[in-house]
Design a protein around this ligand. Structure first.
Ligand code: XMP
Length: 511
């Protein structure tokens, strides 16, 4: 089955991914494509509708991005957002002008709720405006369906041709019920049926993978993280034992994690799993290394080395499975193959494993869709909603040089912290939380004895993008319990501190 599709033409706006996500949240598949996609390509993709994103350019600029000629004559509905509306106006003979000053912020827009775009809205609604240029006169055939105090044409429509423009951004949270505008466009204007659901995705993917791979062999590096786990289970459902997963336990995983991954994939899914216990090898390479970037590099390189050695034992495989997801594809340049950020994917995969083709079953999914797919596939919730865990693992949470005993201290302390966060019901609201073994020893007293032991730091942040974040205001009682348990239950720790720095200026990890 081919899903109905909405094409999102990318004019360089900062919210483009968000538009694609909002469309998908309305159960319609959407794809972000370059703004200059050709008419032939559009026809080939046969979309139910097209959305033009916003963007930083002005239509007056010499190098302003423009869409292909004839796009408005295809009979396909178009919604232009911000710059997209201005471009539609400019191209169709209306008048765009430069405002004296920029309009920014959530603004009351008076809307014509008889328009299909605004069905179900009150006659005023707060939407995010962020623009300098504006539509002074709408093109012929259009009429006004919205204005603000300072913007005469905040929304316009040509109902016959199903062309719509809005100056505001419906996709952001600051716009009240903004998604409803998108939903109206999809359902009332484009007549979508809403066939994009995760269960249909799972069903179709399994069928397609079966057809593509047949009885050939595939290899997957399993990290225990969400993306590779979901990719592996999907492949397993499609080709069963013809999939082999290699799971490297480098000793830098959290307490019990290696065994949990093995239990789930070997026992629950009966996946052909090779667990490589290479803790000593990694610890050997890391001995005495204190520089965080060196640690990352050593781990990344060693990961590839071990993976290659194991892959060689299997011999030639036909497909190498990667857990690339849609944001990677968009960020690495539209339409080009995904480049894995070295920082974020230890083992960003080896060049010289013997395989014929890469297969990326999650390539079109956003992270939340990957999680939903995981749940569809029956992967346990605690794995599906796992907080992000850096590829170099605990190596960058033991400050300074790494030893087995330091790792053990950290694992135990971190386990207690995570357990108490869960007990307090905070595990879904805090996006990342972990313990760090600082390199600091300090004096303490236990019983009648003086101690000289390590300081554990607790880190917890609330963030959506991990680029910025706030330290989490964990209730004192929870912190108290964690602290008391750690000093009582973990040997060689006599002090616990809580990191109250946001990002920026601090980063989330300590190294
Ligand atoms: P920072 O510390 O840069 O972290 O604020 C932002 C997010 O990235 C994760 N992180 C990494 N992930 N390899 C990874 O795969 C790394 O080397 C790495 N360093 C940081 C971090 O856990 C947080 O989620």
């Amino acid at each position: 089955m081919k899903n109905e599709n909405i094409l999102i033409l990318d004019f360089g706006g900062q919210y483009n991914q968000l538009i694609a996500r909002r469309v998908r949240e309305c159960n319609v598949y959407s794809e972000v494509v370059p703004y200059n996609i050709s008419i032939e390509k559009i026809k080939e993709k046969n979309p139910k509708g097209i959305i033009f994103t916003g963007g930083p350019a002005s239509v007056f600029g010499d190098d302003a991005p423009r869409c292909a000629d004839g796009i408005f004559d295809l009979g396909i509905p178009v919604l232009g957002i911000c710059y997209g509306m201005q471009l539609m106006t400019y191209t169709l003979g209306g008048n765009v002008a430069k405002a004296e000053k920029r309009e920014y912020g959530t603004t009351d827009v008076s809307i014509d709720n008889a328009s299909p775009l605004f069905a179900g809205f009150d006659s005023q609604n707060g939407f995010l405006m962020s623009h300098t240029d504006f539509v002074e006169t709408v093109p012929e055939g259009f009429h006004n369906i919205g204005h603000t105090d300072s913007c005469p044409n905040a929304a316009m429509a040509n109902d016959d041709k199903k062309l719509y423009g809005i100056q505001f951004h419906p996709e952001v949270n600051n716009s009240i019920n903004g998604t409803k505008v998108i939903e109206n466009f999809l359902y009332s204007v484009c007549n979508c049926s809403g066939d994009w659901t995760m269960s249909s995705f799972v069903e179709d993917s399994i069928k397609n993978l079966k057809e593509k791979i047949g009885d050939k062999k595939a290899l997957c590096a399993l990290s225990g993280g969400v993306d590779s786990s979901v990719a592996a289970v999907l492949l397993n459902k499609a080709i069963g034992k013809n999939l082999t997963c290699i799971f490297l336990d480098h000793g830098l995983l959290r307490k019990n994690e290696g065994d949990e991954v093995e239990e789930i994939f070997r026992n629950q899914y009966d996946i052909n799993l090779i667990r490589v216990n290479c803790q000593d090898r990694f610890l050997g390479k890391l001995a005495g290394v204190t520089d965080p970037e060196r640690k990352r590099k050593i781990i990344g390189e060693e990961f590839i080395r071990v993976f290659e050695e194991e892959a060689k034992k299997i011999g030639t495989v036909d497909f190498l499975v990667q857990g690339t997801i849609y944001p990677d594809v968009i960020e690495s340049g539209l339409g080009k193959s995904a480049v894995i950020k070295s920082h974020h994917n230890v083992g960003g995969l080896p060049d010289y494993v013997d395989f014929k083709e890469i297969i990326e079953p999650l390539r079109n999914l956003f992270k939340d869709e990957v999680r939903k797919t995981g749940l569809e596939l029956g992967i346990p919730e605690h794995l599906v909603f796992r907080q992000p865990f850096p590829g170099p693992g605990l190596a960058i949470r033991v400050i300074g040089d790494i030893t087995e005993s330091k790792l053990d201290i950290l694992k135990d302390a971190d386990y207690i912290f995570r357990e108490e966060i869960s007990n307090a019901g905070l595990h879904k609201s805090i996006n990342q939380y972990f313990a760090v073994l600082t390199n600091l020893k300090s004096v303490g007293v236990m019983g009648d004895e003086r101690t000289y032991d390590y300081t554990i730091a607790l880190r917890a942040v609330e963030t959506t993008d991990f680029m910025t974040g706030q330290w989490s205001k964990i209730p004192y009682e929870v912190l108290e319990k964690v602290s008391s348990r750690i000093v009582n239950e973990v040997k060689h720790v006599n002090r616990v501190v809580y990191d109250i720095t946001s990002k920026p200026p601090a980063t989330i990890e300590w190294e």
